[in-house]
Design a protein around this ligand. Sequence first.
Ligand SMILES: [Zn+2]
Length: 174
Amino acid sequence: MYISDFLKYCPNCQNKLNQKNNFFSCNNCYFYFYQNPIPTNGLIIYNDKKEILLVKRKFPPKKNYWDIAGGFINLKENLEESLFREIKEELNILIEKNKINYLTSVNDIYFYKKIKHYTLCLIFTYKINGQRIKNIKSQDDVSQIKWFNKKNIPWNKIAFSGIKKALKLFFASF
Ligand SMILES: [Zn+2]
């Protein structure tokens, strides 16, 4: 089930809603609603040994699968704030705003319990060095962290297909 499958009644007048793909409409009060993907943030962290840092997911969905650091955006956060917060929560480090670069965005389905959510992950890259590498510590919803090079990426244990796509794009020019 998608979360939108539960949207049966008009939030404005409680009439039954019509649905056509991602468009919901009410024949009674002309309330219109478009379902959009949930934006998320992700960061490909790499070092000067040509390795990238992957995090192992501690909780479902995709528990024990590898992922990039990142997560959802809180209601009043902008994209950058949410990214810096997630990196601090998961890896214990503060990253420099002027050193992140935008890479790409990828669609995914976030499947939690029986419910699916459409997400759109906005992915950045970041070259880490010095003391920050030593300060990295897996915490929060991350059970383990590990550096991987192009040849030993665990492709069949990457949590989401969109993330896999972004990693392939990254490695194509790395
Ligand atoms: Zn209505």
